[in-house]
Ligand binder design. Structure first.
Ligand SMILES: [Zn+2]
Ligand SMILES: [Zn+2]
Length: 284
């Protein structure tokens, strides 16, 4: 890194990154930043002004910048999405604002005006608060998918997620009772819940000797592999085909379910599963 020739003689200069990448003018001032230094950082492009008196590193993410630019903290699905945990289908930036805030909320922002239940930092709520917000923001199946995905991705520990389940609004309790810790993806959780609601026995991550785990096993007869990505390519596709062949050889039919089969044509998908389970029963 290039250093100013006199740098060795300077005391340590606090960088904006050291302050958490976003700071108010008074925080910069307290950290020893002069107005001139701030102006130099702004004109060099290393620092951006998000709103009057709020400054951020140029490298922060767009959702975080958009939350801070209305004086709020990134929360809810936007925080889960940063960690690749299930966050449903709403791609607006979810921002926690003070109930007293008079900020104008842009159309691509969903504002949650409330005081945090779990402490976090000024610009991004804590992980507990984010999931707490999620389970009250999303519908039941997406809420449970987010909870299970939070465990699966390591976003929170199982005990933390279960604690939120206890605190959850009453309407969620029947759904939360189905919480498992071994769901492989949000889509898998949603399919499992819908099949349970249709009256099926569904085992997550069913184990087949010689094959390993299959995403969902319905009535111990039909396996569902939930493909999280629209396109499986190359080696993955070959591995999938190998697994399907082994499963069929063991007498267990496999259906591969893509996101579109869940979110765009579910009634048809459910009819296909009904048929596959009926056929498998008839064969025994
Ligand atoms: Zn930074
Ligand atoms: Zn939300």
């Amino acid at each position: 890194m290039w250093a100013h020739p006199g740098a060795a003689h300077h005391p340590h200069r606090v960088q904006l990154c050291d302050l958490g990448h976003i700071a108010l003018a008074r925080d910069l001032c307290a950290a020893g930043w002069t107005r001139a230094r701030r102006e130099r950082a702004l004109s060099s492009g290393a620092v951006q002004r998000l709103q009057r008196g709020t400054f951020a590193c140029a490298h922060i993410s767009a959702p975080l910048a958009s939350a801070a630019s209305i004086g709020g903290a990134l929360t809810c699905v936007s925080v889960l999405r940063e960690h690749n945990a299930w966050a449903g289908h709403d791609h607006r930036v979810h921002v926690q604002l003070s109930p007293r805030s008079s900020a104008a909320v842009p159309s691509d922002v969903r504002a949650h005006r409330e005081v945090a239940r779990f402490e976090g930092n000024r610009w991004r709520v804590s992980r507990m608060q984010a999931l707490w917000q999620v389970i009250r923001c999303l519908d039941d199946e997406n809420a449970l998918a987010a909870m299970e995905s939070a465990i699966h991705t390591g976003f929170l520990a199982e005990a933390q997620v279960r604690r939120l389940g206890v605190l959850a609004p009453r309407r969620l309790h029947p759904t939360v009772r189905h919480l498992v810790v071994n769901s492989g993806s949000g889509n898998e959780t949603i399919v499992r819940l819908r099949l349970l609601a249709a009256g099926y026995d569904v085992e997550p991550q069913g184990y087949v000797p010689g094959l390993g785990h299959q995403d969902l096993v319905v009535e111990r007869r039909v396996a569902l592999e939930i493909d999280s990505h629209e396109w499986h390519e190359g080696q993955q596709r070959a591995t999938d085909a190998d697994r399907d062949l082994v499963s069929e050889g063991l007498g267990r039919h496999v259906l591969r379910i893509r996101p579109a089969h869940i979110h765009q044509s579910w009634p048809h998908t459910l009819a296909v599963i009904d048929r596959a389970v009926r056929d498998a029963r008839a064969r025994r």
